[in-house]
Design a protein around this ligand. Sequence first.
Ligand code: NDP
Ligand code: 2IT
Length: 445
Amino acid sequence: MKAVEVIDDLKRRFPNEPEYIQAVEEVLTTIEDVYNENPEFERYNLIDRLCIPDRIFAFRVSWVDDKGKVQNNMGYRVQHNNAIGPYKGGIRFHSSVNLSILKFLAFEQTFKNSLTTLAMGGAKGGSDFSPRGKSDMEVMRFCQAFINELWRQIGPDTDVPAGDIGVGGREVGYMYGQYKKMAREFTGTFTGKGLEFGGSKIRPEATGYGNVYFLLEMLKTRGIDISGKRVAISGSGNVATYTAEKLLSLGAKVVSMSDSDGSIYVPDGLTREQLDYIFKLKNIYRGRIREFAEEYDCQYFEGERPWQRVACEIAMPSATQNEIDGDDARALIANGCIAVSEGANMPSTPDAIREFQKARILYAPGKAANAGGVSVSGLEMAQNSQKLSWTEEEVDNKLKQIMSDIHTQCVKYGTEADGYINYVKGANVAGFMKVARAMMAQGVL
Ligand code: NDP
Ligand code: 2IT
């Protein structure tokens, strides 16, 4: 396999899917050597089968808004690969959602889920519906209409969706409710459910906590203590807020957060009370981060991401894809950044990744660092199958162990001759090998 040839072929076949091609390129260029050491992979044309999703569902979602007007959105589910377990991955509701973005996310999810050590295949779904500015009833009607189309394609051992951007506990609750009504079964077909109906303790916290656990493992390789370190976080949603909470409990300083309108800068670090304010602002009042700046009279950069202006030792991008470009990466490094751990999926552009690796700073890609979320989803599935629920401590301990195991895999497959740990290569090779062996064993499907 020549990575460039496969990528050129995919570009020709899917010319309008830049995010998908970007995600594939990052993986193929790092697994090329390992792939070519196994000639049987090539005989089975494994690479094509691994890059192209097993199947994609696309559908129209029609629903009625509060004014009685009929609205139409697109809905999708990309079932990428189920070689090692049922299709598994979140659902994203955001105006930017399209097939290229969902294909990149489903592709990434396949390798991420492989790294978790649990039995989960890869999938992703979503819609160009934006919950922003919609009433609760509008969100409910949309979720019900979305599931009316999708419910036949999912199930506890077939495909298990969860949250992502724009899909949190409220949306999962509405979708699960409609699924249960249509399928006439009460099973663990969604994760991220409410605690009263099968949700797991620590699932809401898991992506943010897991990212901090992974960061601690990385810092340990260089003997660096987290206490007192300044951390720039982007986003102010699920992943960002629980990342911040865990960091504060460890004595680190969270100096920035953001939303799609702008970012705040708090050089001395957020207090616990200020973080609680952000949590309420985002989850209860569904407000903007600008309101935090007004309330606490701190610096606010309208229309800007945190990276250019903030002095920090650590960056934890937790908003969206391609939110750190080459210039941002250079600014971060110049301002003293020594570690980047990705809460979001593919937040760094290829140029930014090159800068981080060239500077030899600690850099963990999302598929390793943010795998805590889907890992606790896997633990939620296990609890649902057993019809038991585990304690917070049990789940948190398992999460810590999984993040440590993912780190070990990255070190095993990613350590370079000079001792630098290339976490991108480590995560891609480890994730790929498990899926590849399972596909080989199961024949041409
Ligand atoms: P939320 O919807 O809870 O929060 C998203 C945050 O990012 C919001 O602050 C939002 O701002 C901001 N944001 C979203 N899109 C953009 C954009 N295009 N430009 C700038 N800011 C943006 O989502 P999550 O916290 O769940 O997800 C954040 C990231 O983490 C995503 O990349 C997701 O794929 C990834 N992830 C999530 C997991 C989970 O368990 N939830 C697991 C693993 C990864 P605004 O309110 O203005 O839109
Ligand atoms: O990107 C991700 O890993 C998620 N959005 C979580 C997926 C899941 O199934 O919990």
